[in-house]
Design a protein around this ligand. Structure first.
Ligand code: GLP
Length: 240
């Protein structure tokens, strides 16, 4: 596990976006897993600027979304599909055949998505945030290390943290890549910013393989990079 403590949120965001850019530069057919959340909004903005400024082509790249709420119509304003279209697909002018969303409207959506990931050759770089309760994607506390893409029940805590995403309807479930699915990506890149992430980051660094904090499972991944801003790193004490 590689931990990078940045001097500011901006530096952490820019570093994350530049690692993504480096991946698509070095591997023009790289498959990138995308996450949602407030943390990622400035990353996608920066990444879009970097791509546009460098005139890099993303024509050969493919993107997978990490998770999706169940129970909404396609592209409803509360869906992650809507979020990623707004913050990523639109600004980068990607075509609809360059991105896949967990098919939360299908009862066998998990199986379908796993097959698609395999068919495309797997994920090269998986971008991740972290929930306040240590969830990854929507792998809430209690998730198993070998879990696959499946429907998961959302906790009250997560619904509360994400409440500003909901307008007319509050979801109870989501289709999320499992921890086992995420662990199969070639590399993992987690970004945590802000003081609400200080506790989960402290827990992550002090525990291992703990289902109470699914993020701890990721520490076994051979290429796991964790990027922190000063607030997210405020409760840890790393000797440099
Ligand atoms: C959601 C997503 C996660 C994300 C988390 C943190 O629950 N499913 O992938 O990491 O939110 O979001 P934020 O960045 O808004 O704190």
């Amino acid at each position: 596990m590689r931990i990078i403590q940045c001097q500011s949120t901006q530096e952490a965001v820019e570093l994350t976006a530049s690692i993504m850019l480096e991946k698509v530069f070095s591997y023009p057919d790289a498959k990138i897993g995308l996450a949602t959340g407030r943390t990622m909004e400035p990353v996608y903005e920066k990444f879009s600027h970097l791509v546009n400024d460098s005139k890099a082509s993303l024509n050969g790249n493919f993107f997978f979304m990490l998770d999706e709420y169940k129970g909404f119509t396609i592209n409803h304003a509360s869906t992650f599909q809507y979020y990623i279209n707004k913050h990523f697909v639109g600004p980068l002018k990607l075509t609809s055949d360059q991105i896949a969303f967990p098919p939360a409207h299908l009862s066998d959506g998990g199986e379908n998505y796993e097959k698609l990931i395999k068919k495309k050759g797997g994920v090269d770089l998986q971008l991740l945030g972290i929930g306040r309760n240590g969830h990854i994607g929507f792998n809430e506390p209690g998730s198993m290390k070998n879990s696959r893409t499946r429907f998961v029940k959302l906790t009250e805590e997560t619904l509360f943290a994400n409440q500003d995403q909901f307008t007319d309807q509050i979801p109870t479930e989501a289709l999320s890549m499992g921890i086992g699915t995420i662990m199969e990506a070639q590399s993992l890149l987690m970004l945590a910013t802000g003081k609400s992430k200080a506790d989960p980051i402290k827990y992550l660094l002090n525990h291992h393989d703990d289902p109470n904090c699914p993020a701890t499972f990721l520490k076994d991944h051979p290429h796991f990079t964790l990027v922190l801003d000063p607030e997210a790193a405020s409760k840890i004490n790393l000797k440099i």
